[in-house]
Design a protein around this ligand. Structure first.
Ligand SMILES: Cc1cc2nc3c(=O)[nH]c(=O)nc-3n(C[C@H](O)[C@H](O)[C@H](O)COP(=O)(O)OP(=O)(O)OC[C@H]3O[C@@H](n4cnc5c(N)ncnc54)[C@H](O)[C@@H]3O)c2cc1C
Length: 506
């Protein structure tokens, strides 16, 4: 029987990223997928800044940036009238090396991940569907069925369901997926054509009855239309063609469509799994949470889940931590998924509400206010931090200790720029690291050498203070670059206590 440390079911973005990270940690991993090849449709377009920061650790950020494009402006329309143009450009300037909203279609993204995996010596085992598994004391035995109906049994110490919204792993472990489904049916179409809205920017038409968002997928002439299907067509949404959807908003934006490359209708769900772990099985990505695409969060959250889980699985497999570390995956990621579903739900309900008051707000008040609010520095920073997921922290999780300056255990390390480079430069191999902004005492140098923890010393300057860091403090960073311990006096005792409290053997 084939054996691996980790069996990953599902080679969408979550499964591919998890596999890449586990491979980087040297874990014996196998990934299977029911489909014969990677996805060929564009689906998730946005790659958020936090994802790019994490991707930089594995040298993935640059190809994603080079092959996609940033959204420079957000345009608001109502009933055919252009109501405002909000500059986005470097909206997150000073906060991250990636201060923009970036578009990179999911099919190309998955292809890049598959290529990286192949370069690391691993292929996705395709045409294999997980039908169930049995859990034993120290492993699981999974049943995989190929395209001809032959069953293969394989063993793994851990099983991860990255198998999407209809997750077989979630069903097998009997974890509920509570939530609901929105009334409206949506369509998505990747088109080529002419329009003032196919201008490389983001355009949103707020109308009485229709909603249409146009996302540029190229600087000119190509885009993704996301709109609502007319209520009288919603019953037979599966058989609709592009020619059936309401043309009102399309006409409003003066879009003449030359080619429809992909068209699909879908219902939007909002659900979060009751648990992300049961025994030796985990849920990652859409298997654990689904919500409206408003804000482009879904795929990015799955990637964040994967990177959170990867280093913990690697540490347990390497004997650096006890099994209990794996419980922190659910403790850190489930509350975030719940908050995300709430926020995207509010945004989505606003965009799609009907009734006279909602219409006045959406077509009268919002288009006037949004361009004004969108130019206020405080609001822009808040919006960028939220959408880019750079605001996400694990302060309330179980793995944190201390604070130094404004930075707490569980925070994303603030970004600081230097004349040559910045403080986010990746390690040769992802792992724990310590940062000091100022100078490190000899006992800290010895402690880091003893535990094999790279110590990075950065010059102290005004930007460090502005970012909330403290002079000469030590920040112990986890392999996913979140702060584990922040110690203002860089105390060795504090570092030892932190390792002992979390039973970590570095
Ligand atoms: C039309 C559409 C538009 C979208 N737009 C956006 C957007 O704008 N922004 C955004 O962030 N997100 C968007 N999404 C959502 C985004 O595509 C998902 O969040 C993302 O694909 C989730 O990745 P995943 O890897 O968790 O799951 P998936 O991509 O669903 O991958 C699951 C994989 O598991 C495999 N699988 C399933 N069951 C089994 C089994 N039993 N055995 C073996 N393999 C199995 C499947 O073949 C699949 O390859 C959109 C989705 C759709 C459908």
């Amino acid at each position: 029987m084939r054996e691996s440390d980790v069996l990953i079911v599902g080679a969408g973005p979550s499964g591919l990223v998890l596999t890449l990270w586990l491979k980087a940690f040297g874990v014996n991993v196998r990934i299977v997928d029911a489909a014969s090849g990677p996805g060929t449709t564009s689906r998730a377009l946005a790659v958020q800044a936090r994802t790019l920061e994490l991707y930089r650790q594995l040298d993935l950020a640059q190809p994603v940036i080079e092959n996609g494009h940033p959204i420079q402006f957000f345009n608001i329309w109502t009933e055919g009238e252009h109501r405002g143009r909000i500059p986005l450009g470097a909206i997150g300037s000073g906060l991250t090396p990636y201060p923009f909203f970036h578009i990179y279609p999911q099919d190309r993204h998955e292809q890049l991940l598959v290529e990286r995996l192949a370069a690391a010596g691993l292929l996705v085992d395709r045409n294999l569907t997980l039908t169930g598994f049995d859990e034993h004391a120290d492993h699981v035995e999974a049943r995989l069925v190929d395209a001809d109906g032959h069953e293969e049994r394989c063993a793994a110490r851990w099983l991860v369901g990255c198998d999407g919204a209809r997750s077989a792993v979630r069903n097998a472990i009997g974890v509920g997926f509570p939530g609901g489904t929105y009334r409206q049916v949506f369509y998505v179409a990747d088109i080529e054509g002419d329009s003032p809205a196919l201008n490389g920017e983001l355009n949103l038409d707020l109308d009485e009855s229709d909603l249409l968002a146009v996302f540029a997928t190229a600087p000119r002439g190509r885009g993704r239309l996301v709109g609502t299907v007319r209520e009288d067509h919603a019953e037979h949404a599966e058989t609709l063609k592009f020619s059936d959807v309401s043309k009102r908003a399309i006409d409003n934006l003066m879009i003449s469509v030359h080619m429809v490359n992909w068209f699909s209708t879908y219902r939007v769900h909002h659900r979060v799994a009751e648990h992300f772990r049961r025994g030796r099985a985990f849920l990652v990505g859409d298997a654990g949470h689904i919500h409206s695409p408003a804000g482009g969060q879904g795929m990015n959250t799955g990637i964040g889940d994967a990177i959170n889980l990867a280093w913990k699985l690697a540490a347990v497999i390497e004997g650096q931590a006890p099994d209990g570390l794996l419980d922190s995956y659910e403790a850190e990621r489930l509350p975030f998924a719940r908050r995300l579903v709430d926020t995207t739900d509010r945004a989505f309900s606003f965009l799609t509400a009907d009734g006279p008051v909602a219409e006045i707000v959406r077509t009268g008040i919002a288009p006037r206010l949004m361009p004004l609010i969108g130019k206020m520095p405080g609001t822009r920073e808040f919006l960028f931090r939220t959408i880019s997921q750079t605001v996400l922290h694990y302060r309330h999780g179980p793995l944190n200790s201390g604070h130094a300056g404004k930075v707490h255990g569980g925070d994303r390390l603030p970004w600081v720029r230097y004349d040559r480079g910045d403080n986010f430069a990746p390690l040769p191999k992802p792992g724990w690291q310590a940062h000091v902004y100022g100078s490190a005492r000899p006992d800290l140098l010895s402690w880091c050498a003893l535990h094999g923890v790279p110590l990075r010393q950065y010059d102290w300057h005004a930007e460090c203070a502005a970012a909330g860091l403290e002079h000469d403090a030590v920040y112990l960073l986890r392999p996913d670059t979140y702060v584990g311990l922040a110690s203002p006096r860089a105390s060795i005792e504090g570092l030892d206590t932190y390792l002992r409290a979390n039973a970590l053997r570095l």
